[in-house]
Design a protein around this ligand. Structure first.
Ligand SMILES: N[C@@H](CCC(=O)N[C@@H](CS)C(=O)NCC(=O)O)C(=O)O
Length: 267
């Protein structure tokens, strides 16, 4: 009988979900992705966790994704938990935390970025995306099944309001979010090394690059595991922001981490 596979339930274009995909990919853990748009992802998480959900945290509800349902039926309901599990899988023979978490400082930085960068790039990206019907429609058309994309289209007008309200996306929060993104980039730029912790690629690097990706609009060709909006579909202020952030040292570093490590497995 074929063995069951690990299943990753995603809010498909989300950067926390990209972080989990990247960790699994780089550790060579095979899985099937079940990709959803907002609204649908929460229902899928409910189903995957048999109605229980995960646990809420400072940046998300207990119905947030990613959720990894492992082949033996365990549900891991947080991107860092999934990354740690993937890393431990890669080190199964030697034991220990594995190659993505070689020292404690990695986990500290991963958690800090999850709170200090992720919510702010998300808010800034939604601020621009929610203003364009085409952008939201294309996010669905390019990332989920045709049936789901059509259903999303039907609920999008209400869905957009719910997203804005749940995440507090408005004209006042947008500039504050940008300030927080820029402050984190400045901190990252102060780090002298080729990698964020120690001298090799770790979960800190992939977390930083994934959580910044919506602000850089990293493309599939550059390695992002879903299709983000195309620069041409954005208003000029959004385009200018993406170009500005891509030109910073931290932005270039994130793109370089994508180039060097998104499609390569750890040895
Ligand atoms: N702590 C979570 C955060 C994940 C998260 O914020 N996921 C968002 C997508 S960007 C989500 O699914 N939000 C829906 C919700 O919270 O209900 C993690 O790192 O896994």
């Amino acid at each position: 009988m074929p063995s069951r596979r690990h299943r990753l339930v995603t809010l498909v274009f989300s950067h926390y979900n990209e972080k989990a995909r990247w960790a699994l990919d780089v550790c060579g853990v095979p899985y099937e992705e079940r990709a959803f748009m907002p609204g649908f992802s929460q229902l899928a998480v409910l189903a995957a966790t048999r109605g229980r959900g995960g646990r809420p945290d400072r940046v998300s509800t207990k119905l947030s994704s990613p959720v990894l349902v492992t082949a033996d039926g365990n549900a891991l309901c947080d991107s860092t938990e999934i990354a740690r599990w993937a890393s431990a899988q890669a080190a199964r023979e030697q034991g220990g935390p594995g190659p993505l978490f070689p020292e404690l400082a990695v986990l500290d930085l991963v958690e800090k970025l999850g709170v200090e960068l992720g919510p702010h790039t998300r808010l800034a990206a939604y601020w621009h995306a929610l203003q364009s019907e085409k952008v939201m429609r294309d996010l669905a058309a390019n990332n989920v099944s045709r049936r789901q994309a059509l259903a999303f289209r039907a609920v999008a007008p209400l869905g957009k309001q719910l997203i804005a309200r749940a995440l507090g996306v408005d004209a006042a929060s947008y500039p504050r979010a940008l300030d927080r993104v820029r402050a984190t980039l400045a901190e990252i730029e102060d780090r002298p090394s080729r990698y964020l912790v120690g001298d090799c690629f770790t979960a800190a690097d992939l977390t930083f690059a994934a959580l910044l990706a919506p602000a850089l609009l990293v493309t599939r060709e550059e390695g992002y595991g879903a299709t983000l909006p195309s620069l041409d579909d954005l208003a000029s202020d959004a385009r200018a922001l993406v170009m500005e952030l891509r030109a910073t040292r931290a932005g270039k570093f994130a793109l370089d981490v994508y180039r060097r490590h998104r499609k390569r497995r750890l040895a």
